[in-house]
Design a protein around this ligand. Structure first.
Ligand SMILES: Nc1ncnc2c1ncn2[C@@H]1O[C@H](COP(=O)(O)OP(=O)(O)OP(=O)(O)O)[C@@H](O)[C@H]1O
Ligand SMILES: [Mg+2]
Length: 490
């Protein structure tokens, strides 16, 4: 490979067909005379095209089509001309430079010699050494680089961070997120997953049906069954958030609701049936009563609250203190209605913030699938700004990048980007993300299935394409089908 030109932080290089390299590969350019090196990443590949070359090809085709005679070519010119026609041009972004004392620097203003520079391929392990990317809690997620080396990111780089996993439908987003959840739990972290397809429960099982290594640490909560709270545990704050934000309760009714709540609490009768009785019998304005009754019915039919005062409801601090080994709490929201989903999320987030404020639980990782379906807009900002300080570290997983506001993209630390073909989605992502537009547009559009471009802290801001590994755990969540390909029953 030879350097053709440099503009800004971009290099254009010429390569013959035999010098294979692909988009995303890292190259190291060593200028022997200047004793300096440059690390560049290929982001686009095209044919070497000039007008005369194209005219030549057209002439050749015309000659071939009109004559059947073998052309006399003693100097083997045609072979050379074939090589030229197959020559390619790589466009690369300069990612870093290495100065004569072998230190990494970001001074990329110098020009490497076209004559004395050698271009070599850089393995991901060599790149890691150069940028000193290391950590104590590796999360292997697949293979990367020219030699298909095992690739890992580090849990430390997800800790305290905001992450986004995005890509088109069926590209493998949930799969990656399961790999991350599994490792985080193995390292003792506490994870809550808002699971829209009821698929994360599969983490408890291996593909062959045997229990997985983290089975004891997986807890699947179904609204109405294992996900039930006592009113007392929820407390006024979480309840008020739920009524206001998920059930649109007006302020006047809210005041009345909590007057009844206080009264029941004083009489130690705070439970769902007593609440219903009190609402129908107490002396309140009819309009307010209507408002309360309609909300009460939703609360009752959601089955999120215990109706028997003696039964024990869910308590996060208890789950976390019992399972000191790290736990994944999967909240299966697949079958819940949109209102119930919103209620669950309000209750859970309010309660978690409350517990974190009181330092009763350690920081929590939250994985939210398609969060725009159940988290109100203002909450997004809240989660990434305020809640982050309390210790809620979120990973959003979505196939609609435009559902996430710009304010959030601006604060994001890591993005795992799967294939996108739609220009609108690509536009959105490339406008707001941590890497440059050219890299994203060109690489992501042609990413093969199950490959993702990792950007951000996990890769020390050097974008890397990773072929995501298959999981050893059971993969649930495939769409139920009516017609199957291998239907032997017919
Ligand atoms: N790296 C991989 N190796 C093997 N199988 C994979 C891999 N990634 C994804 N799959 C499989 O491909 C299918 C789709 O993956 P997944 O459910 O993760 O996609 P998704 O992007 O979450 O889709 P959706 O947008 O529908 O939620 C699943 O059956 C999953 O098991
Ligand atoms: Mg999914």
């Amino acid at each position: 490979m030879k350097i053709l030109s440099k503009t800004g932080n971009e290099l254009v290089m010429l390569a013959m067909k035999t010098e294979a390299a692909s988009k995303g590969d890292y190259l190291i350019i060593e200028d022997e005379k200047a004793k300096r090196k440059m690390v560049v990443q290929i982001y686009d590949e095209e044919y070497l095209s000039s007008q005369s070359l194209i005219e030549d090809m057209v002439k050749d085709e015309v000659v071939n089509a009109s004559s059947t005679e073998n052309l006399h070519d003693p100097l083997n010119i045609s072979n050379l001309s074939k090589m030229i026609r197959d020559a390619r041009v790589f466009r690369a972004k300069i990612r870093a430079a290495i100065d004569p004392s072998n230190k990494l620097s970001n001074d990329v203003s110098w020009l490497p010699s076209r004559v004395y520079s050698s271009v070599g391929r850089l393995k991901i392990s060599e790149l890691d050494l150069l940028i000193q990317r290391r950590g104590l809690f590796p999360i292997p997620i697949g293979k990367a680089g020219v030699d298909n080396e095992d690739f890992e990111i580090y849990a430390e780089d997800l800790d305290g961070k905001l992450n986004i996993i995005t890509g088109k439908k069926e590209s493998g987003k949930s799969h990656l997120s399961k790999l991350l959840v599994k490792r985080l739990v193995q390292y003792g972290a506490f994870v809550i997953v808002f699971d829209l397809n009821n698929e994360y429960g599969g983490l408890a099982w291996n593909n062959d049906g045997s229990p997985s290594s983290i089975q004891e640490q997986v807890m699947v909560l179904e609204p109405g069954n294992s996900l039930k709270f006592s009113l007392d545990y929820c407390g006024k704050a979480a309840m008020s958030n739920m009524l206001k934000n998920a059930l649109d309760m007006p302020a006047a009714s809210l005041r009345e609701f909590f007057r009844i709540w206080d009264w029941l609490e004083n009489k130690q009768m705070l439970e769902i049936r007593a609440l219903g009785n009190a609402i129908t019998t107490s002396n309140i304005n009819e309009l307010v009563r209507d408002a309360l009754i309609s909300r009460y019915h939703v609360i009752q039919s959601s089955r999120l609250f215990l109706d028997n005062g003696n039964a024990e409801g869910l308590s996060f601090e208890k789950v976390i203190s019992e399972k000191y080994k790290g736990t994944a709490i999967m909240i299966s929201m697949g079958k819940a209605t949109p209102v119930v989903r919103r209620m669950i999320v309000e209750l859970v987030l309010s309660k978690i913030v409350d517990l974190l404020e009181k330092v009763m639980i350690p920081p929590i990782f939250i994985f939210a699938e398609e969060a725009h379906l159940y988290i109100r807009d203002t909450y997004w900002e809240d989660i990434v700004t305020r809640m982050r300080h309390f210790g809620i570290y979120t990973t959003f997983i979505t196939n609609q990048p435009d559902a996430i506001g710009d304010g959030i993209y601006r604060q994001v630390d890591n993005i795992f980007l799967f294939n996108f073909t739609s220009d609108a989605d690509l536009d959105k992502i490339s406008r707001v993300s941590l890497a440059d537009t050219d890299t994203i547009r060109s690489i992501v559009k042609t990413l093969p299935q199950r490959h993702c471009l990792s950007i951000g802290k996990v890769v020390c801001d050097l974008p890397i394409i990773v072929k995501i590994a298959a999981a050893e755990v059971l993969t649930l969540g495939e769409t139920k089908k009516f017609f199957t390909r291998n239907n032997n029953n017919r």
